[in-house]
Design a protein around this ligand. Structure first.
Ligand SMILES: [Fe+2]
Length: 388
């Protein structure tokens, strides 16, 4: 092979997935077919209260499997939560993992899968392709429309000793099957629906502008952006409307397929830094940062952002370069406001003294590498300051 072309090669990894109302009810059948007997169900208390984890446990029992529930998972899942889940997995002699929930239980389940097969501590696996042995069967039932942890090669865990989010990127954490059931998102409250939806839009935007993008990831990212523009506001206005909920679930899925393979950019690097140092909600941080990072990237990512804008239905044809930029950015800001995200980083408790440390951590995040413009410390400090 001509080595000069090696950086042009693109791989596309995706799990088997079943999309549609009722998909969650296949959890027992899939777990049994994948060889599961004693299954660890990783979830959190909120998803438990909504009733989704109990439904999945019942499906597992109907398939003659034994289920053990681990629900000690917080938002921005922590290293010690992963290790506590591994203890339950070992004590109960489990041989499969089913995650039911949003990004936090799913990422925690990935971490539990890694350690149960490879041993060690979760911090040993930080970085790209550091996981040697395959996880036990992983079956995911996402209950939010946005994080896409159910299709991605990413596992994000907070290192509580050094207060930052570790990115573990590996094909090993792509689940064996994802059961994507839009009905589970009807119990998301308004704030979570908005923040998760803006997370999906951020995934699509960063995948489109990534320097590891490909025609295949673009297809998914553009459709995801189109679906967010079509359905996010409607899902907020009519939370029980299944057309809007399914539209957002599909947006999340396709944005996930895009970013899992094209990676992300400075929005996520900076949001990971905020989540790690200050334990702030991921989707909300992304939503606040998105237009500011797009403005910083605009000249390098112009073509990608124009395609994004067109997919979202913004008329750009007769505009000059400057007008195109302002139409795209103002549309993103308008969407942010119409979904009720009108806060700044200062409202979330960030003060100017935090900015240097936040920028330094973001520069070390794996997602910064694929940002279309390579920032230095002062660039990220300026973006944080603008978003404050
Ligand atoms: Fe995200």
């Amino acid at each position: 092979m001509d080595r000069s072309n090696a950086d042009q090669l693109r791989k596309f990894v995706a799990p088997e997935f079943v999309f549609g109302t009722g998909a969650r009810r296949l959890a027992g059948q899939y777990a049994r077919n994948l060889g599961g007997r004693r299954v660890l169900v990783v979830t959190d208390e909120g998803v438990g209260r909504a009733g989704w984890s109990q439904q999945v446990v019942e499906c597992l029992r109907e398939a003659d499997l034994t289920a053990f529930v681990f629900d000690r998972v917080s938002p921005n899942p922590k290293d010690h939560e992963v290790m506590a889940g591994v203890e339950v997995f070992k004590e109960e002699r489990c041989n499969a993992v089913v995650a039911v929930g949003g990004g936090s239980p799913m990422d925690c389940a990935k971490g539990i899968g890694i350690i149960s097969s490879n041993g060690g501590h979760i911090s040993d696996f930080e970085g790209v392709d550091q996981v040697e042995r395959a996880c036990p069967p992983l079956i995911f039932v996402p209950t939010t429309a946005g994080t896409s942890a159910d299709v991605s090669q990413f596992c994000i865990i907070t290192n509580t000793v050094a207060s930052y989010k570790m990115a573990i990127v590996s094909k090993a954490v792509v689940p064996d099957v994802s059961l994507v059931d839009p009905e589970t998102t009807t119990t998301m409250d308004r704030d979570l629906t908005a923040a998760a939806g803006m997370d999906a839009l951020t995934h699509a935007t960063e995948a489109l502008a990534s320097n590891a993008r490909s025609p295949i990831t673009d297809l998914h990212a553009l459709e995801a952006a189109h679906l967010v523009a079509q359905h996010l506001v409607g899902a907020l206005a009519r939370p029980q409307n299944m057309e809007h909920r399914a539209g957002m679930m599909q947006a999340s899925l396709q944005a996930g397929l895009a970013f899992s393979n094209a990676s992300l950019g400075a929005v996520h690097a900076m949001a990971h830094s905020l989540g790690g140092l200050k334990d702030l909600p991921h989707g909300l941080c992304n939503a606040i940062l998105l237009p500011h990072v797009m403005e910083y990237n605009f000249d390098e990512a112009r073509e990608a952002y124009i395609r994004l804008g067109q997919a979202m239905g913004i008329a750009l044809e007769d505009l000059d370069r400057e007008a195109q930029q302002s139409a795209i950015l103002s549309n993103i800001r308008r969407l942010q406001e119409s979904v009720g995200i009108n806060r700044s980083l200062r409202d979330l408790g960030i003060d100017p003294g935090d900015v240097p440390a936040l920028a330094a951590k973001a520069l070390q995040d794996a997602c910064i590498v694929t940002n279309p413009r390579r920032p230095v410390q002062s660039d990220l400090e300026a973006i944080y300051a603008k978003a404050a």
